[in-house]
Ligand binder design. Structure first.
Ligand code: NAP
Length: 259
């Protein structure tokens, strides 16, 4: 694939999981990629794997909840890539807690990484895309950005905020050549889901197998989604063929929400 040759892409949370798969897919399609997150070692590992596969990748440490760090990221990514044509707001974290035990700090933390991060990064990168008349911003939200579920009030509120943000900004830039979309996966096979399974085991005394079954209970496919599936969807939204898709929240749950 070379559909993204000559494009510069920034992928937040690119050190592992979905972000790493997205960075690898965009690089395989020809984009030069900057991955950012807080853990430098994981970022270096992603960038090294992409370079070994013949791609172009750079690692820049950045906490997306820190406005000054995001401004520095925008400057450094510009130095490395020239123009940034693609931003993937993937950095995020899940929080599970019954409402009565949900603290204000946890609430604020969920909003900071899942909603404020995409806001800060989009504000930093989008204006130059609009000026050039070309660009793609994709936010990795969640089915929790479309519907609710027990114990995830903070995470669901933050992901709903991210989806609302995407829809509003898409309207703001409509017709400019830049599109702004979200992908909304169900449970994906990453560390985040493994931590959720561990939490269920710890809180309920269930076995790991039972906890995994509880997570998969509502999935029509009866399996976790592969990070590469999310990466394919993101790569498609980045392509020229997706130019008319703007302001969408693409649900990837095997049809769970339709049942
Ligand atoms: P993951 O394996 O925990 O990876 C999260 C990535 O985000 C890591 O690279 C992490 O690196 C980075 N990150 C976290 N906080 C950050 C911050 N403040 N600044 C910069 N980077 C930060 O999670 P994942 O499953 O791949 O999830 C990726 C995205 O998909 C998240 O937005 C998540 O909400 C969403 N999602 C996940 C699932 C799922 O089932 N796994 C389902 C739907 C949506 P550092 O910790 O080193 O910063």
């Amino acid at each position: 694939m070379s559909g993204l040759a000559g494009r510069g892409a920034v992928v937040t949370g690119g050190g592992r999981g979905i972000g790493r798969a997205v960075a690898e897919a965009l690089a395989a399609a020809g984009a030069a990629v900057v991955v950012c997150a807080r853990s430098a070692a994981e970022l270096e590992s992603t960038a090294a794997a992409i370079r070994e596969a013949g791609g172009d990748a750079h690692a820049i440490a950045c906490d997306v909840t820190d406005p000054a760090a995001v401004e520095r990221l925008a400057g450094e990514a510009g130095d490395r890539l020239g123009e940034v044509d693609i931003l993937v707001n993937n950095a995020g974290a899940s929080f599970a807690q019954p409402l009565r035990r949900l603290t204000l700090d946890q609430w604020n933390e969920a909003l900071a990484v899942n909603a404020t991060g995409p806001f800060l990064c989009t504000r930093a990168f989008l204006p130059a895309m609009v000026e050039r008349g070309r660009g793609r911003v994709i936010t990795v939200a969640s089915v929790a950005g479309i519907t609710g579920a027990p114990y995830i009030a903070a995470y669901a509120a933050a992901k709903h905020a991210a989806v609302g943000f995407v829809r509003a900004v898409a309207a703001e830039v409509a017709g400019s050549g830049v599109t702004v979309n979200a992908v909304c996966p169900g449970y994906v096979d990453t560390d985040m889901t493994r931590r959720s399974i561990d939490r269920i085991v710890e809180k309920t005394g269930r076995t790991e197998r039972e906890a995994r079954a509880a997570i998969l209970e509502r999935s029509p496919q009866g399996r976790l989604i592969a990070p590469t599936e999310v990466a394919h969807a993101v790569a498609f939204l980045c392509s020229d063929g997706a130019a008319s898709i703007n302001g969408e929240a693409l649900v990837m749950d095997g049809g769970e929400l339709r049942r």
